[in-house]
Design a protein around this ligand. Structure first.
Ligand code: KIV
Length: 299
């Protein structure tokens, strides 16, 4: 069975809920029905499985993993091979959500042909169902679409353009740049993009597009919302951006649990007798006899 060969509309998730696999065309249908798209970043098996079982529609293996998982200062360092490694782990966990892989910096900034070759790897070697690319790369989106690779665009504050932008700044704050962003979004949609992530743009200029928009710091009018897993759960080590809502404090939960574990080890409270394995009575008897014989021989 192929890793992507989950039954559509028939199987059941571990919570007993019937699976209706989310696909790129399903996102368009959700937009048509005004059903908001929930999206989250994902990087490993256990958290992706939890997110999938919680009913998230789209899981993005974001290149933000460079920062929140690998500890880099920005997203630029992460490689195609590292992104493939994490995409495979997410793929193994997910039954219902659409699995989208972020193409990392440098993997699609040369020729269209190079971008195409790298994108193919995400579907072929890691089981991604779509790739995401940053910026108005219309020619590449058209080529990927022609090659049967669903593609999601990403406009506005595009973190791979950090150095060109001069920092992580809200984009499209003037009428001129807002209109340019709308034109870019329309061009990507026209080239075949299945959805467009809008990041760090004023809520007022969220473009009315023929394809779903998924916002992050782009206001409530988008067709869906995406957050970084670690932001949602307070697993980061810096103050959150304005658009982040923390739904739980997993950072404190994890730190406290680990402190308790360390204290229990230090005070010989862990493991308890119940948490230890024991010899069966028969083996204990044999050992006792042997020990007694040893004592007699020495005497
Ligand atoms: O890499 C990422 O996490 C992203 C989201 C912020 C959309 O691109």
């Amino acid at each position: 069975m192929s890793i992507t060969n989950f039954p559509t509309g028939t199987g059941s998730a571990s919570a007993g809920i019937p699976i209706t696999k989310v696909t790129v065309p399903a996102l368009a249908e959700m937009k048509r029905q005004s059903k908001p798209i929930s999206a989250l970043t994902a990087y490993d098996y256990s958290s992706s499985r939890l997110a999938d079982e919680a009913g998230i529609d789209l899981l993005l293996v974001g290149d933000s993993l460079a920062m929140v998982v690998l500890g880099h200062d920005n997203t630029l360092a992460v490689t195609v091979d590292e992104m493939l490694h994490h995409t495979r782990a997410v793929r193994r966990a997910v039954r219902r959500a659409l699995v989208v892989a972020d193409m990392p910096f440098g993997s699609y900034h040369g020729t269209v042909s190079e971008g195409l070759t790298n994108a193919v790897r995400f579907l072929k070697e890691a089981g991604a169902e779509a790739v995401k690319i940053e910026g108005p790369r219309v020619e590449l989106v058209r080529a990927l679409t022609d090659a049967e690779i669903p593609v999601i665009g990403h406009l506005g504050l595009t973190p791979q353009s950090l150095h060109r932008m001069g920092g992580y700044r809200v984009q499209a704050r003037t009428a001129e740049s807002a209109n340019r962003l709308k034109a870019d979004a329309l061009a990507l949609a026209d080239a075949g993009a299945g959805a467009i992530v809008l990041e760090g743009v004023p809520a007022e200029i969220t473009a009315e597009l023929p394809v779903p928009t998924i916002g992050i710091g782009a206001g409530p009018e988008c067709d869906g919302q995406i957050l970084v897993f670690h932001d949602l759960l307070n697993l980061t080590f810096a103050p959150p951006a304005k658009f982040v809502r923390r739904y739980a404090d997993a950072g404190t939960l994890i730190r406290t649990a680990i402190e308790h574990y360390r204290e229990d080890v230090e005070h010989h409270v862990f493991p308890s007798d119940e948490e230890s394995y024991h010899l069966p009575e028969s083996a204990k008897r044999v050992m006792a006899v042997k020990a007694a014989k040893g004592v007699l021989r020495k005497a």
